[in-house]
Ligand binder design. Sequence first.
Ligand SMILES: [Zn+2]
Length: 137
Amino acid sequence: MTIAHRVGGDIDASCTRCKMILGHTILAMVGSKPARVRCNTCQGEHNFHAPASPAAAKVKTKAATTRASKAEITSLEALLAGKDISRARRYSVKELFGDGEVLSHPTFGIGIVREVRSDKLTVVFNAGTKTLVHGKH
Ligand SMILES: [Zn+2]
């Protein structure tokens, strides 16, 4: 059902003074849309602002969350999420490690392999990103 707005009718709008969505009285119309309204609470007259839709607010929040998680990707804690630290293999130059593998280093502690380049590993530790060798016999 579509409510036909008319001058003198009530409408929910964002009040610029009350900073809330409140009942307003329509003072002027442009076509089928209210153009100017008066707040029933503060009696302030202002241009009509449609109440912000909750759906739009939700989309904005989701986008912000996605950005935040991408920024944290270099933190060890984020990388270890969902990994079983108890299965971390002890680091040794003689062992071979794979991409995404959790290892335990005698000096740096728990780390995660971010990149494998033949005999070199890029490993993220709490202390920072280190390059280690592996697969040496
Ligand atoms: Zn108001």
